[in-house]
Design a protein around this ligand. Structure first.
Ligand SMILES: O=c1ccn([C@@H]2O[C@H](COP(=O)(O)O)[C@@H](O)[C@H]2O)c(=O)[nH]1
Length: 274
C-alpha cells in the first residue's frame, strides 16, 4: 500500500480522528494579533498547526491562497511545509492535470520539489493526464469526483448515455487507475444523498470529504455515510470552520485555544465512527 496511505491510516487509528485541517489562509482574515508580525500568514499557520496537531491527521494546503500572493505567498507555503508534523498527511489542494508532459512537471513540483504526500487533480483530460501522478506509488492522488459546490450539477451530475452520472464514471475509472492503493476521490460533504452510494461503489478508495461547516455539509452525515466501517479510509476537511474562530483575540495563545477547541470538538464527533 502507498506509504502516504499507511501513514495517514496509522494517524487515523492513533488519534481516532479523520480531521484534515485546511490551511486556506487569507491575509485579510488573519486575526489582528498576527498583523503586526513580519510574516502574518506564516505565523498564523504556525499557530493553527500547533493548536490542531493533536487532533488532526492531515493538513490540506489550498495552493490558491498562496499562489494569489506571488512569490511571497509561495515562500509562506514552502516554509509552512517545514513545520507540518511529519506523521500527518500533507495535501496540496492544487486541482491540477494537463497533457502528459505538463502533468509530469506538476507532479515533480508538488511531490519532488515540495514533497507533499498527496495532491488533488481534475479528471477531465483523461488517464494520460493523471498517469504522471499515479506513477508516484508512495503518494496519494485525490481525483475530483462529486465536488461540494452547487455547480457540480453542470457536468458532474449529468447522466451519460446509459443514465450513469458522469461522477460515477469517474469513480469507476479511478478505481482501476490507482497503483499500490494510491488512488482517492474528492466527494463533497454537501452531497450526502449520493455519498453512501459512492462509498459502497468504491470501498477500497480513500475519500477526501470537504464542505463541512462553512459550506453547510453535515459532519455527522459525512462521518456516517462517507467512511468505510472497516478501513475508515476517509478524511473530512474543515478549513474556515477551524482556522477562523469567532471573536477578537488579545494574544496568540488565546487564538490557539479557540482553534484547538474547534478541532477538539470535531474530533470528538468523528470518534463515533470508531
Ligand atoms: O469539492 C470540493 C473540493 C475542494 N474543496 C476545498 O476544500 C476546502 C473547503 O473549505 P471550507 O472553508 O471548509 O469550506 C477549500 O480549500 C476548497 O477549495 C471544496 O470545498 N470542495
Amino acid at each position: 500500500m502507498s506509504t502516504a496511505r499507511n501513514k495517514v491510516n496509522e494517524q487515523i487509528s492513533a488519534k481516532r480522528s479523520l480531521l484534515c485541517v485546511g490551511l486556506d489562509s487569507d491575509p485579510m482574515k488573519v486575526p489582528g494579533v498576527f498583523r503586526s508580525m513580519s510574516r502574518p500568514v506564516l505565523e498564523f499557520n504556525r499557530s493553527v498547526v500547533r493548536a490542531t496537531e493533536q487532533y488532526a491527521v492531515a493538513f490540506k494546503v489550498n495552493t490558491a491562497f498562496y499562489e494569489s500572493r506571488g512569490l511571497e505567498g509561495l515562500r509562506d507555503m514552502e516554509e509552512t511545509l517545514e513545520f507540518l508534523p511529519s506523521q500527518c498527511l500533507s495535501i496540496a489542494d492544487a486541482k491540477r492535470a494537463d497533457i502528459g508532459n505538463t502533468s509530469t512537471m506538476y507532479a515533480r513540483a508538488f511531490f519532488d520539489h515540495w514533497n507533499f504526500d498527496a495532491i488533488t487533480v481534475a479528471p477531465y483530460m483523461g488517464f494520460d493526464s493523471l498517469e504522471p501522478f499515479f506513477d508516484y506509488e508512495e503518494k496519494l492522488i485525490f481525483v475530483l469526483c462529486l465536488t461540494s459546490n452547487p455547480g457540480s450539477s453542470d457536468f458532474e451530475e449529468e447522466p451519460l448515455d446509459r443514465g450513469m452520472p458522469l461522477y460515477l464514471r469517474v469513480l469507476e475509472k479511478v478505481s482501476v487507475w490507482g497503483r499500490n492503493g494510491n488512488a482517492g476521490v474528492v466527494v463533497g460533504a454537501t452531497k450526502s444523498s449520493q455519498l453512501s452510494a459512492i462509498r459502497k461503489a468504491a470501498p477500497g478508495l480513500f475519500f477526501l470529504i470537504p464542505g463541512v461547516g462553512a459550506q453547510g455539509g453535515s459532519l455527522q452525515e459525512a462521518s456516517l455515510l462517507g467512511v468505510d466501517e472497516h478501513t475508515q479510509s476517509a478524511l473530512i476537511n474543515v478549513s474556515r470552520g477551524v482556522i477562523y474562530p469567532e471573536g477578537e483575540f488579545a494574544s496568540v495563545e488565546a487564538f490557539e485555544e479557540a482553534v484547538a477547541a474547534k478541532a477538539a470538538h470535531l474530533q470528538t464527533e468523528m470518534e463515533r465512527v470508531f
